[in-house]
Design a protein around this ligand. Structure first.
Ligand SMILES: [Fe+2]
Ligand SMILES: [Fe+2]
Length: 279
């Protein structure tokens, strides 16, 4: 069996701190073969830098970074996206022109092939985002037939779209999980006795906030419309993730569970208590 550990949107420095402190504990407990995270908010809440991309790969040993509507917020990403073997951007987003940027076929340490696919929603998202059903069909048709472990991060606002794509792909992918809402949902289950699913994994970052942003700034913008630069909040840091167990021969998910780990609660178990781990 292959175990997949999938982490939702990593929010700025607090999110990276959660990875630094808690991911080693999660690795010890679950011994995952594949670790994924969504990196669209990893750099100050907006986008991803080359430095953080490499930190995710080299320090945190993330196997593949999925993205979302904020993928292009840091202009430098255009200089390394095409060569990034371990990052995917949403296939149907209005400014993603090439399907090949939206999926990767990689191998685990046990030499098992797996595919990671990134899609984005349309409802309450950029109005020019395109249909997501047809691109995912095209991608699945392009995957090697012996690559049975197939994972989809669907980055969307509407729970209805997330559930629709889960049902649409049930029986055809191993794991389909939602990101973007920055709030975990408690509906993890196996669809069609095959596909592990959760509507949203939840943010990894500061929950004493409004979806990761400082509460005072978020309320100020809602009340006045003032558009000052948002900053990530700092308090109540959680690591949110799902762990799915998949049969590599068939791609069938046989178990999925959801976790919400709070940094403060687990402090005593963290071995590297003092280091900030260059987060
Ligand atoms: Fe996000
Ligand atoms: Fe997003």
């Amino acid at each position: 069996m292959i175990r997949i550990l999938a982490i939702g949107d990593v929010m700025g420095k607090p999110g990276r701190k959660a990875l630094a402190k808690l991911l080693p504990l999660a690795r010890k407990k679950f011994e995952p073969d594949i670790v994924l995270c969504n990196g669209e908010n990893a750099a100050g809440g907006f986008g991803l830098t080359k430095k953080i991309y490499h930190q995710f790969l080299d320090t945190f040993a993330i196997d593949c970074i999925t993205m979302g509507n904020h993928w292009h917020d840091k202009p430098e990403i255009h200089s390394f996206l095409a060569d990034s073997e371990r990052m995917v951007v949403p296939a149907n987003m209005m400014n993603v022109g090439e399907l090949r940027l939206a999926y990767r076929v990689l191998k685990t340490a046990k030499d098992q092939q797996f595919a990671v696919i990134n899609l984005i929603g349309k409802a309450f998202m950029h109005p020019d985002n395109r249909d997501f059903f047809e691109p995912v069909d095209q991608i699945l048709a392009q995957l090697p037939s012996n690559c049975r472990i197939r994972i989809v991060d669907f980055h969307g606002e509407a729970t209805s779209e997330k559930q629709a794509i889960g049902q649409y792909l049930s029986g055809r992918v191993s794991l389909c999980y939602g990101t973007h809402s920055h709030v975990p949902t408690a509906d993890e289950r196996i669809l069609n006795q095959f596909t592990g699913f959760v509507t949203d994994v939840g943010m990894t970052g500061p929950y004493d906030s409004v979806i990761g942003i400082r509460t005072d700034a978020a309320i100020r913008r809602m009340r006045t419309g003032e558009r000052r630069q948002f900053e990530p909040a700092t308090g109540q840091i959680w690591l949110c993730f799902v762990v799915a167990t998949v049969d590599p021969a068939t791609g069938q998910c046989v178990h999925i569970e959801r976790h919400r780990w709070e940094l403060d609660t687990l402090k005593d178990q963290i071995e590297d208590k003092d280091s900030e781990s260059d987060t």
